[in-house]
Design a protein around this ligand. Structure first.
Ligand SMILES: Cc1cc2nc3c(=O)[nH]c(=O)nc-3n(C[C@H](O)[C@H](O)[C@H](O)COP(=O)(O)OP(=O)(O)OC[C@H]3O[C@@H](n4cnc5c(N)ncnc54)[C@H](O)[C@@H]3O)c2cc1C
Length: 229
């Protein structure tokens, strides 16, 4: 099916939010956290790339959070799209979805790895017996805390939700957490070993966090992850 770009805006330098629409709403069934795959003929080759949906199911619309990879193939193509342009896509897929909202959970993201959590956090918290949910989000600079207002607003509305951004290249004016997400894992987990941990981002961070969790005694089944590369 074709997805048409409806609108787009900058979240930070080289990172944009995209709103797409599809004509056949019945083919856009998805759960919060799943991804769509775009495919296009580029330089004479069919190229396919998956992208996490950064929005809750909402009729025939879905939203993405995209990073421009300068030396990449597909992301430069998406960044030059104008509203009204279309891209070929296949139906949503994926197992990176909330397993049990009545069990305490920690979400960990870096960069555009925040995309599925923008859907999964409200999805988790919408459950009437939702447990405690904490979101640890690592970026370099304060202006790259994508969707900051939305997550802060979610935390104001839900006493069982904490939003913890951490900056690896913090400006002196920043008084919040600093360093990589790994540094704050112990603080986020404490003595608890009975929570689910969901991780999304590039392989280096995901593998590192998984190794730390395993060393702390977490079972494989409690670690749910999505790697972007
Ligand atoms: C399940 C899944 C969901 C994904 N969801 C998203 C998403 O929501 N937003 C998004 O921006 N990307 C996402 N990606 C990555 C995306 O599919 C592409 O890999 C990315 O757009 C780069 O493609 P490219 O053709 O431009 O570059 P390529 O030529 O394929 O890759 C160039 C390099 O870019 C690196 N890279 C890949 N993704 C990123 C990224 N997000 N930020 C920085 N470097 C990256 C890779 O390590 C690779 O070395 C997802 C990947 C998977 C597997």
């Amino acid at each position: 099916m074709k997805a048409m770009l409806i609108s787009t805006y900058e979240l930070a330098p080289q990172v944009r939010h995209f709103v797409f629409g599809v004509p056949e709403v019945e083919r856009l069934h998805f759960k919060a956290g799943q991804f769509v795959s775009f495919n296009e003929m580029l330089n004479g080759k069919k190229i396919t790339r998956p992208y996490s949906i950064a929005s809750l199911p909402d009729g025939n619309r879905f939203e993405l959070c995209l990073n421009l990879v300068h030396e990449g193939i597909f992301s430069p193509f998406l960044f030059q799209m104008k509203p009204g342009d279309s891209v070929e896509m296949s139906a949503p897929l994926g197992f990176f979805v909330v397993r049990n909202p009545t069990k305490e959970a920690l979400f960990i993201a870096t960069g555009t790895g925040i995309a599925p959590f923008r859907a999964m956090a409200p999805d988790y918290l919408s459950h009437p017996q939702a447990a405690q949910l904490n979101l640890l989000f690592g970026v370099r600079h304060e202006n790259s805390i994508y969707y900051r207002n939305e997550f802060e607003e979610l935390a104001r509305r839900h006493s069982n939700f904490n939003f913890w951004p951490t900056l690896s290249r913090a400006e002196p004016s920043w008084s919040g957490r600093t360093g990589h997400v790994q540094v704050h894992l112990l603080e986020a987990i404490g003595d608890r070993r009975d929570l689910d941990v969901y991780i999304c981002g590039l392989k280096a961070m995901v593998d590192d966090v998984r190794a730390i969790l395993k060393a702390l005694g977490f079972d494989r089944k409690q670690i749910i992850f999505e790697k972007y590369d």
